[in-house]
Design a protein around this ligand. Sequence first.
Ligand code: ZN
Length: 324
Amino acid sequence: MGQGEEVNTRNPSDVEIQERGEIYFFYRPKVGKEEAHSSDDVQKMYIVLRPESGETSTEVKQAEDDHDDEEKNKEDVQPSSSAGTQGGHGAQEVNIEKETLLRFIVMGKKSLPDPTKKSMPFWGFVELVTTKIQDVKDALKGEEYDTKTRGHRHKPPARALGEGMYRILRHHVGGVKDDKKKKMHTHLIYKLELPSEDVNEQPQEALNVEREASFLIQIKNPEQTGKQGRTEFRGLQRKRRAVFPAHLQGQFGKLRYHAADPPDFLNYEGCEFLLISASDDIEEELGLDLETEQTHDASCSDLVNTFGVGETGSADALLRGIWV
Ligand SMILES: [Zn+2]
């Protein structure tokens, strides 16, 4: 189904598309659960972004050999187990029009932001950045392991929850004319292609994965350590935070947050960000419509074709909108 097309329905000068691609949503049931029946049974929610084109065909990501294969899959079932993972650093160029680039993102609150609570930021971070599909498959799979205190544990594999197209874009509030004082922020917008619109969408509704949504996205300055205000998040431990190259880190100045401009910030493991609900009607808000291809068929699903249906053997959450 691919990255799809966007159509400008109003004056397009307020909005500049920075990046286009595919977006996939997953959830993982809690340790020990064979399946989830409600959001209470969910351990993690993941987003995978696969950029396919943008303002430039080449993006900068962390250096490939920064991966610590030992630690990569030890995503925090127990928060202490991931303490050794290092945030990504270095620089490697990837041509996103020709090569696969995948960002594996963990949402801190196990859901997307509640669209009715527009001012509440939801924290998330990039756990894995890779050019290899297998790395993401490994991150999604289940695991059997033994603990000293709690005996044998089963971490269930992640379930596919949604598939669609996304854009990261600059939004100039108040237009671009007022150059000196122009205010710009960045949005992550998406529109679902799967599940199709005629299914129940139980897990999707429970985890706030709407048919379409628009979020403000702000990148957190990994070097900012100042006092923690009410809206501040504890976030990742310092050594897990991204180490951006100077040209990216320099954009923050002394600020705590920066727009996702360029989107290359998201190509560093340990990149923390905030999503803030902006709108559930992209066309009304930004004068932009995303044209998706609706399908009911697993064989047309890029998600299924790329990552398979996993060890569960079931794509029922994705295709039928039911908990599995
Ligand atoms: Zn905006």
